[in-house]
Design a protein around this ligand. Structure first.
Ligand SMILES: *[C@@H]1O[C@H](CO)[C@@H](O)[C@H](O)[C@H]1NC(C)=O
Length: 108
């Protein structure tokens, strides 16, 4: 299970605008690739309380991983789109990572 801070910039002390909450599981026998099922839960400004739901495949050692945005809630009702994830930093000693998500959605 994950409940990670969602920040504006990649720096650890950057302004937090939400949480990335959900699950991921190893789902490949030939490489390290995850099934991701998680919500971007926003906690600031006009999107406070709204969510975007992501369900997709994350081959974590690939440069850019595209995952579908399958829906949303609140101001993101009926959202459809995609996210592009890119690893910004990994610390294999502490198992910490910072990942940049560029998210593109249509919504009402
Ligand atoms: C976000 O919404 C929650 C629940 O309504 C509220 O408690 C909180 O104060 C809000 N946060 C901001 C920054 O507006």
């Amino acid at each position: 299970m994950i409940d990670d801070p969602l920040t504006v910039r990649p720096e650890v002390n950057s302004e937090q605008v939400g949480r990335a909450q959900g699950i991921y599981a190893s789902a490949s026998q030939s490489e390290i690739s995850f099934l991701m099922a998680f919500n971007l839960f926003f906690t600031e400004g006009k999107y406070n309380g709204s969510t975007l739901s992501i369900l997709g495949r994350n081959s974590i050692f690939s440069g850019i991983r595209e995952m579908p945005v399958v829906g949303g809630s609140g101001l993101f009702r009926f959202a459809r789109g995609y996210a592009k994830a890119k690893t910004y930093m990994v610390n294999l000693k502490t198992n910490d990572a910072i990942v940049e998500y560029d998210v593109y959605v249509f919504h009402y």
